[in-house]
Design a protein around this ligand. Structure first.
Ligand code: PHE
Length: 348
């Protein structure tokens, strides 16, 4: 799996105490310090966890490049055999933090699917290389920033692809009402969009639907539900040859990483007339916020406004793709290539 991957290195460790595998996938240091979130999940096999880390790390390289930040791509996966109790979880996070510290700055991390701001505070007791931890009880959650960026991306797509100047009345299906999906749903509701919500966690779904007075759809039916915009905000791999054939939306624009099962799915979406906003561009808000904050380039209270940049980048990519009559993913990939090609050579 490592030989078949275009990244630079993988750090692997088996955590005997919990039976978890730790994979730190370092994809590219061309633009700067390889940086990406730490994901914690149960995977069917350790290989599934490694594969996820490798794909997510490549996505981070593209993400940082697409927003022009001098940061490299990486991702960590804590691949669990089964869910952990609180004490076990904290132990794993501390040992993981020591592993990150031992890399001496060759990798930096932050929050991702399955980890929380509190988890970042635990990791930060063992390493300096965690973004967003101001103090033990003051950790910046990237979720709301990612959500604001996705909102700006949806507005851009509505303008360019649907000719709609505002979101009023637009039907948006939010798949997953977690750390990003819920704040996104709030932003959309505030702008008069008609929401359809879904989540595999029924309690979480009921809570969000109550709060926002939104309709819900069953998780199994979500991808075939009629809507203007489908916003995948949960796990990756939801757009496959099979699901793309059943889509009844005009735009796909959400925060999940690795939404396409394979890169050919971009052409499949294009052939069906669905405008797919590349995940690593529209979901870059959390990375952008933590990146700006970590470099002292923005004050905390101005970060939400800085997410307007995501809307600008999405607009540029959609306009370029529409002119060329190509899937937006192709225009986005060219943009990433341009930025990487212009990177100064770095000595490791
Ligand atoms: N996990 C989020 C992402 O994939 C936010 C994040 C970015 C966290 C960079 C840490 C570092 O974009």
């Amino acid at each position: 799996m490592i030989a078949d991957w275009d990244g630079e290195a993988v750090v692997s460790r088996f955590d005997r105490e919990t039976g978890a595998w730790i994979f730190v996938a370092i994809h590219s240091s061309a633009l700067g310090t390889p940086t990406g979130g730490t994901r914690m999940r149960v995977y069917p096999t350790p290989a599934d966890g490694l594969r996820d880390a490798q794909r997510l790390a490549a996505g981070m390289t593209a993400k940082w490049a697409s927003i022009d930040l001098p940061v490299g791509g990486a991702k960590a996966v804590l691949a669990l055999r089964s869910p952990l109790a609180r004490e076990e979880r904290q132990g794993l996070l501390r040992r993981y933090g020591r592993l990150v510290e031992s890399l001496q700055g060759a990798f930096a991390t932050g929050e991702d699917l399955g980890t929380t701001p509190a988890d970042m505070a635990v990791i930060a007791t063992a390493t300096r290389f965690v973004h967003g931890v101001v103090a033990a009880d003051d950790v910046v959650d990237p979720g709301p920033f990612t959500a604001r960026g996705v909102l700006r991306g949806i507005e851009a797509a509505a303008r360019v692809a649907l000719g709609r100047a505002e979101l009023q009345g637009l039907v948006v299906l939010v798949q997953g009402v977690g750390d990003v999906g819920l704040p996104l749903a709030r932003e959309l509701a505030a702008r008069g969009a008609r929401l359809l919500l879904t989540d595999v966690d029924e309690d979480r779904l009921a809570g969000a639907a109550d709060e926002l007075g939104a309709a819900t759809v069953r998780a199994a039916d979500a991808l075939a539900a009629p809507c203007d915009v489908l916003a995948p905000c949960a796990v990756g791999g939801v757009l496959t040859a099979e699901t793309i054939a059943t889509l009844r939306c005009r735009v796909v624009a959400g925060s999940a990483n690795n939404q396409l099962a394979t890169s050919e799915d971009a052409a499949r979406l294009h052939a069906r007339g669905v405008v797919y906003v590349p995940d690593y561009v529209i979901n870059a808000g959390g990375a952008l916020a933590l990146g700006l904050l970590g470099r002292g380039l923005a004050a905390r209270d101005e970060l939400l406004d800085r997410m307007d940049r995501i809307g600008e980048v999405v607009t540029e990519i959609l306009v370029e793709a529409a002119r060329a009559g190509e899937p937006p993913l192709h225009a986005a990939a060219r943009r990433v290539e341009r930025v990487l090609a212009a990177a100064p050579l770095r000595t490791p």
